[in-house]
Design a protein around this ligand. Structure first.
Ligand code: PBG
Length: 325
């Protein structure tokens, strides 16, 4: 049977009918708010290409975490800026690092907030790569050892979840082993399992001062052309002990999110990255798109694709808009 018996518009006629048949529901529950931590006190510098997002010292990080928690956002993810960069990114594992200090400040504030930390070396290395470099090559195994050390320092400072974003092979297993050996068997791992080599990280590299000084990241991050390979990466990370797996970026990879959701049973996260945020902000500031509608549509699309957890710089705005609904 077809038209005129079937008229799909019948169920779109009123807002209550639309609510009744809606398939995807946005809530604040899966939102993660990314933040940039730097050393010092009373520092709060807005990032030029990311309006409303700041590089902040631990005191301000804790303050904004209080705001995020009050809005009902369940988690934040912290990125660190190095005071001193070096060849091996040694500050990544320093007990006095900006991330480690920020976790302590958040803990002191006694908030009902999950603290996730990004584990990578690119913010801390002088060459800006996510691992140790020798003869212009990013070495895998020596990098993995350093990443595990960084993850341990985050756990010691009080992180609930560590999130390796480097894309070295075997890092999830190494981090799991290191955490367990040191009594942190309850610290979870969110792996950036399928992280693509993307142009959409542009603003982040300004925010975290992490642009590679030579070459690019194609030797470790994934080729945007590959979806089957993402499933293999995710399978390996789950085998190695990942508790949550992530696809990144989100919008150009909704098909990958869907494939991962269908194939695996662990929670799936997606990262609505800096470039995706900056495009919406820039267009909205020019009056070319309605920011609220565009952002809520993007959030709905990422959820509809299958991600239950969404890392997004829009998190506070989304929480406010959902509260007002
Ligand atoms: C570090 C890292 C990056 C992002 C998260 N962790 C940048 C990169 O890989 O170059 C990007 C996040 C964003 O763009 O919002 N490896």
């Amino acid at each position: 049977m077809t038209f005129p018996a079937h008229r799909p518009r019948r169920l779109r006629r009123t807002e209550s009918l639309r609510r009744l048949v809606r398939e995807t529901h946005l809530t604040v529950d899966g939102l993660v708010y990314p933040m940039f931590a730097c050393s010092g006190t009373n520092v709060r510098r807005e990032i030029r290409s990311m309006p409303g997002i700041f590089q902040q010292s631990p005191d301000h990080i804790a303050e904004e975490c209080r705001e995020a928690a009050a809005l009902g956002i369940p988690a934040v993810i912290l990125f660190g800026l190095a005071e001193h960069e070096d060849e091996t990114g040694s500050e990544a594992a320093a007990a006095h690092g900006a991330v480690q200090r920020s976790i302590e400040a958040i803990r002191k504030a006694k908030l009902d907030l999950t603290v996730i930390t990004d584990v990578c070396l690119c913010e801390y290395t002088s060459h800006g790569h996510c691992g140790v470099v020798k003869d212009s090559e990013v070495l895998n195994d020596p990098s993995v050892a350093l990443l595990a050390g960084a993850a341990l320092s985050h756990a010691r400072a009080g992180a609930d979840v560590v999130a390796p974003s480097d894309m070295m092979d075997g890092r999830v297993a190494a981090i799991r082993r290191k955490l367990d050996e040191n009594g942190f068997q309850d610290v979870a791992i969110l792996s950036y399992a399928a992280k693509y080599c993307s142009a959409f990280y542009g603003p982040f590299r300004e925010a975290a001062d992490s642009a590679p000084q030579f070459g690019d990241r194609r030797g470790y991050q994934m080729d945007p052309a590959n979806a089957r390979e993402a499933l293999r990466e995710v399978a390996l990370d789950i085998e190695e002990g990942a508790d949550i797996v992530m696809v990144k970026p989100a919008l150009a990879y909704l098909d990958v999110i869907r494939h991962v959701r269908e194939r695996f049973d662990v929670p799936v996260a997606a990262y609505n990255v800096s470039g995706e945020f900056a495009m919406v902000k820039a267009a909205a500031q020019n009056g070319w798109v309605d920011e609220k509608r565009a952002v809520l549509e993007i959030m709905t699309a990422i959820r509809r694709a299958g991600a239950s957890i969404v890392l997004t710089y829009h998190a506070k705005d989304v929480a406010r808009w959902l509260e007002a609904c």
